[in-house]
Design a protein around this ligand. Structure first.
Ligand code: FES
Length: 217
């Protein structure tokens, strides 16, 4: 009597197929895991995050009129907060409020009060707009009630003068708030260019790329 058991050929065939399928599944699984591992999260820049570009309408950021074009009658030496409103890919109005750095402050001063380095070509009848985001560590700046007509950052007391190009007049900010050149059309204030340099947290080079992307949408 032989010491080897007779093996049913059908069982052997199934066993082979099962091993082969198992090996294939294992290899496929490893490949899938490898492929997934190589996928990096995509930092999507949606149209609502892109910066202001020429043609964007300045709209109220807060209050009952939020989303409506800002009106001359509401402007003064206190800051009016605004978002740029562009268009989505279908041409519909799109308020660019998904990016906090897009928040703007709009003022109306006597024209004779505006001094260099304010870009006077980007001013309409004393109305001037700047980024609202502090260049130190990115807090939102607001009116300095102790010195009307100037701005104060609540975080580390950075101070800016919007009558002089929002130059730094106190505290740690390393550079001015960038001005947004504007023009007036049909009673609306419209961006006449992008911010004159990068808002907080972005290099000028990367900011230029964002502006180009916005102009291409
Ligand atoms: S974040 Fe504005 S002064 Fe520091």
């Amino acid at each position: 009597m032989t010491k080897f058991k007779r093996v049913d050929p059908e069982i052997s065939r199934r066993k082979f197929i099962n091993i082969a399928l198992g090996t294939t599944a294992a290899v496929g699984g490893v490949s899938l895991i490898t492929a997934l591992g190589s996928v990096r999260p995509v930092n999507r820049i949606t149209p609502g995050k892109l910066p202001a570009i020429p043609g964007d309408i300045l709209v109220y950021a807060d209050g009952d009129k939020a989303g409506q074009p800002i009106q001359d009658a509401d402007l003064g030496i206190k800051a009016t907060r605004a978002w740029p409103q562009g268009k989505d890919k279908d041409g519909k109005p799109l308020v660019k409020s998904e990016e906090p750095n897009n928040l703007l402050l709009v003022f109306k001063f006597a024209e004779s009060d505006l001094k260099a380095p304010t870009d006077l070509k980007g001013v309409v009848d004393g109305v001037v707009a700047y980024s609202a985001i502090c260049q130190h560590l990115g807090c939102q700046v607001g009116d300095n009630n102790e010195v009307p007509g100037t701005l104060l950052c609540p975080c580390h007391s950075g101070a800016y003068d919007p009558k002089q190009g929002c130059k730094v007049i106190g505290g740690p900010p390393p550079r001015p708030l960038p001005q947004l050149p504007i023009k007036q059309e049909g009673g609306q204030y419209i961006a006449a260019g992008p911010l004159e340099f990068a808002y907080f947290g972005t290099t000028d080079t990367d900011f230029e790329k964002l502006v180009k992307e916005a102009e291409g949408t």
